[in-house]
Every structure is written in C-alpha cells, then in structure tokens.
Write a protein that binds this ligand. Sequence first.
Ligand code: MN
Length: 753
Amino acid sequence: MDEKKRIDGAEPSAESAGIDEVEKLYDELEKQTLHDNPNLNRARLRSAFEYARKKHEKQVRKDGSPYITHPLAAAMACTQMGLDEDSIIACLLHDTIEDTDATHEEVAKLFGSQVADIVEGVTKLTRVVYTTKEEAQMENLRKMLLAMSKDIRVILIKIADRLHNMHTMNFQSEAKRREKALETMEIYAPLAHRLGMQRVKWELEDLSLIYLDPIGYQEIVVQLDARMEQLSDFMDNIQERIKHRMEVSGIRCEVYGRLKHIYSIYRKMVNQNKKFDEVLDLCAFRVVVDTIPDCYNVLGHIHDLFNPIPGRFKDYIATPKPNMYQSIHTSVIGTEGIPFEVQIRTAEMHHTAEYGVAAHWKYKDGIAGAADEEKFEWIRSLLEAQQDTEAPEFISELKVDMFSDEVFVFTPKGDVINLPAGATPIDFAYSIHSQVGNHMTGAKVNGRIVSFDRVLDNGDIVEVSTSPTAKGPARDWISMAKSSAARAKIRQWFKKEKREENIIRGRSAMEAALKHSGIHADTLNDPEIMTPVLKKLAVTGMDDLFASVGYGGMTTVRALNRIKEEVAKVQKQEKALQPEDLLKKPPVTEKGVDGILVGDLDNCLVKFSRCCTPVPGDTVVGFITKGFGVSVHRQSCSNYRKATEADKAAGRWVPVRWGDTGARQYTAALTITAEARPNLIVDIVTALNADKIGVTSLNIREMPDGGALAFLSVLVRDSEALNAAMRHLRGIRSVRDVQRPGTEAELPEKKGV
Ligand code: MN
C-alpha cells in the first residue's frame, strides 16, 4: 500500500521558507544522504551547501522563498535516486555557474574537477533551447542531451532539477507552465524512461499533465477520490489472497498493491477513447520474490487464483527490455470481475526497475570506480536498443567512450542530424542524400565557410552548397569521411564511374601486397589457387576482384589472407592438434569438476555443452576444446555424431563418465511443440511445479500455422527426473511433442563408451 499517495498539484508553498526552513531542509538532506551513504564527508557536503547559499544569497524563487531551497530540493531527489556524494554536491551547485559569478575554476578548486565538470555539464544542458518537433526529431534531441552530458550524472541531476521545478510551477505564468510541461513530457519523462527510472518517469508525467490538460487531470483525481474506499478494499483483498497463497506454498515474497498513475489512466482514456468508468484496471500488484524460478512459480499460482486474460502475458525476464527492465507481466480478472495487472520480479529486478541507471551508483563508487566496459555496455544498450531487437555485435564494436563517439548537429532548418564523432561536412552531406554528397561544392559551419575536413561539434549548424555540374567526390574524401555510410556511398560512386581505373589500381595494389608478404605475383594467374579464392570472396572473376580492391570495397588484406590460405593448403602444412598439450594445464575454475570424471585426470575444467545439455544418467562423451578444458556432450548429440573420424582419431573426443553428483542440479533444455492456446504456458509451469522442477528460462513463440514452440531450461537432478517430467508435459492438452534439443532423435543412444 506504499504507493497509493498521489501528487496533488504542487508541493505546499515555500513562501515562509526563512533561515530556519533552509536549515531544516539541509538537515533532512544530510540525514537522508548519511542514511544511504554512511561514508559521506559531512564537512564537504556542508561547505557545498554554504557555498551555494552564499552565491544565491540575493536571489529568490518566484514564490518568494530563498533560491537555495531549489538546489536543496533537487539534491534531495538525487539522494533518493541513490546518487553518489559528488552528484549530490554538484546538484547543490548546479545553478551557480549559470546564475551567479561562480566559475568552473573556483568550483574545481573547492570541490574537485569532477564536481566542476558535472556542474558545467548541467549548465550546458540548461542552455539548449528546444522547439517542439515530430517524434523522430525529439528522439535526436534526447540523444543530443545525453551525448552532451558526457557523464550520465549530469543528466540525472538535470532530471532532479526538472522534477523540483515541475513541483513548484504555481508561480510561473500560464505560458511558461505549458512550455515546461510539454518539454518535460517530450524530453525528460522519456529520458527517465530510457534510463529505466520508472518512479521518476511517472512523477514527471503526472506533473506535466496537471498543466497540459488541467481539466482532464482533475476529472481523474475526483473520480479516483470518489472510489478510494472501494479501491482500497479491493486492493487489500487481492493482496491478502495472493499473500495467503504464497504462504501456503512456502514462497517467500512481498506483495504490493498500487493505483496506476494518473497519466497512464489518462492515456488509456484518450488512446482507447474511453470514459473513466470504462477504464477498469486501475490497480496493479507486484510480487517481489528471491529467485527467478520463484517468479515462474508465482505466475503459476496467480493464474490458478485468478483467470488470466489471454494475450496479456509478457515475459521480460527471458527477454529484458532495452532499459534493463525485467519482470513477468500478466493481466488477470478477480472474482469481482475487475481486471488487474500483476508484475512478478526478483528484489534485484525490482531495484533496477525503480531506480534504473541510478541504481548503478548504489553499488559502485561513482562512475570512475565502475569498470569501463561494464559502464558503457549498460549505458550504450539503453541508448541504442530502441526496439526489443538485440544488436550485440553492434554494441561490442563500439567499445569506445559512448559519449564521445557521436556528434549531433543541426541543419539550417533546425533538424538534428546524428553523426559519428569526428564527422566532417562530407559525412553531413552524404547523410542528407548521396546526390547532395556527390554534388557538394562547399560547406559552411555556423555561417562560416570551412574546408571539407573540418571536424563537426555538437550543436553546430551545418550547411552545404551543391552544383549540378560538380565533378564528383575526390578520392581523399574517403579518408575525410568518418561514417561508414558516407564512405560506402563515395566508394559506390567510384565503383560506378571508374571501373577501368579501379581494375588497374586494384591489380597493382594486389601485386604490391603479395610481394610484401613474400608470395610471387604470378600466383594471381594460377587458377589452382585463384579459383577457390574467388569463390570464397564471392566475386565472379579477376577483373571484379581487382575492381573491388580498386574502389575500396574489399581490402587487400582480406584478399591476401584468402590467397595465403590456399597457398598453405596446397603446401599441406597443417599440423594436427596435440591433445596432450591441451590437457596439461586446465584453467583454474571454482566450479570444479561438477560431477564429471575425465579419464583419470582430476581437476580438469569441465563445461556442459549447450547444444545437448547432458544430465546425470545420460551417456556422455567429452570434447577437448581449445582453452576451456573438456566440454561434455551426450553421446546422442548431433555434434558428436557429425564429428569426423579424424577428430575422433586425433583424440579430441575422450571418454568421460558421471561421478558422485550429490544433490547437484543440472540444466536441461527442452523444446515443446503444441497447438497455441490460452493458458498453455501456465499449464506447462504448473506441471513442472508439480514435479518440483525449477524453470530458469521460458520462451514461447507462436508459429504462423497456429502452432506454438516453447523453449525452456529446467533444473533437474538426473535423466530419470527429466524423463518423468517430459512424460507429464506430453500429457498436457494440445502438446504435440516434448524433446531435448541437440540430438538426432532417430538414432537410439548407444550404451557404454
Ligand atoms: Mn535548477
């Protein structure tokens, strides 16, 4: 019941906030900060407060209260987000560089350069002016703010700043209120969402709505108030029933009920053209448990207690949202006929869902302490993955500082164009259209003529001039362009316009490359070598190969490597791998041998293959991998079946057997094919529950033919338990088949090794 409180317009007026009031606010801030961070340097916090108070001494807020009340309130919000000491200090100072005579230098001297940089970052963001645009442009603006922030704490402080300003809007003019509210709705609430900060996002949305549609907001508040008693009873009742069931089933959990936030009700009314009375699901519940298998167990129980609404089940545990959000969502109907949503998650997921990126600081000593890679992966994925599609390669390719690898510039019309850092007017022109690039004759940045290799900065206004008679790009444009898209377009132009020239350039480049690596240039005329090379490179003839090397579509290195391979093959130099070498020093592992004995070696690193997920009782074989010890497969695994006789003879496949597996649980993969129907997933979970089998992941996919394909991982002690569970699963209505993937089913397992 902790979330029933709503935001009722603005906070109580701070009109009377005198010296005592300010001291009181500071005491609260210190107390709260100390509570979360016992190592807080109190003197440092105090002196930041004193400094800011002195600087803002002569300023008052619109409501007449001392200006310092604003940074104090914003800093309080930062503390509640769990930010580190530097952030809270920077937040106290966040308006000093913008609004007083304080300088970066002075702040750096007093509080360190980190703090000064953050304050300056916030100042820069404050100076960006927005105009409302279509959604794609808003998205670029949001990204621009993130890119300009350089340190994610800058944007978090900016959000805290906005939060307090939205709370104290009463004294602003009507026009100002609407402007700020719109900006908050379009920029800051989505940013908070992107950063995974659910709580702040809701608050910003509700505060914005007060000014964007005061009548609509008030209507919902009044209606909710009128029903408060009834809703309260309903929530208590549902909560009790869930709690009771969990107690009986021995699942440790916390159950929370809450009213949906006002903007989400509002949006539903507008989007679905409904009256308030027609919005039925006003409440949501949350069950927070200890482990992931518990999440699925709870799901089974919820669906047993209440009727699930078909099509409303979402598994964000198996497939997390781009902002790292994880939970199981399901909508059900209680006995009263009122639908409600239940979210099921672990405590850790809950923390991430509430605080998002800010949760990161709870466990890390500020951004400098966090491992770089981890830090960027996490933030990068927030920014990049717009859809639920994953792009891991893309992400790992960009393991540079995420805040310095993009630049955002304006067109003369004010549209934002997103380019890689280091981009030049050439990139800009080609990003507009390849014809603009190909016909470019000049470029201006912020109204001044610049050379084509001028590096663009965030916020630059870029303009290019074109002429229909332009003679096209020059070769050195390729090295001046930073984006691969622009380079590709320039190469494309050369490819089309200059084939003859490209063939000559390409041939001489290849000849030089061969010579350099000690291979005779005549090799290029040797069909025994070149025929397979051309095939592997997917080009149709030598001229094509030279032409594509000539215009830069293929690197000489790539072509050369293929040639080297063929030359080596012809010379038959391949040396067989010596298995003894690999077994000599298995890498150290904490996991030990996991119940597997490899010949008479003890302490050999063992891993269980993911292709066939062996469990005790299965006949198993081991494969000596390069660097990861022995990977254990089932003998019926198709990878083993497909293994060549040569590999078997070379001793890479070795006999292994199960040792004492104790109470250890093993992961086994299962695939279930069935006819799609409501509640299928619940029945699956329930059947496994009954067998006391834990589910670690579950993914269900509907097929075009009306079938459903489920992939799941379960924890079992051995094959006997697994077989029993599979029999039960096969007995579920509409299930066609249950298989363990990775094996060729028609081949019976051979006994003994
Ligand atoms: Mn401010």
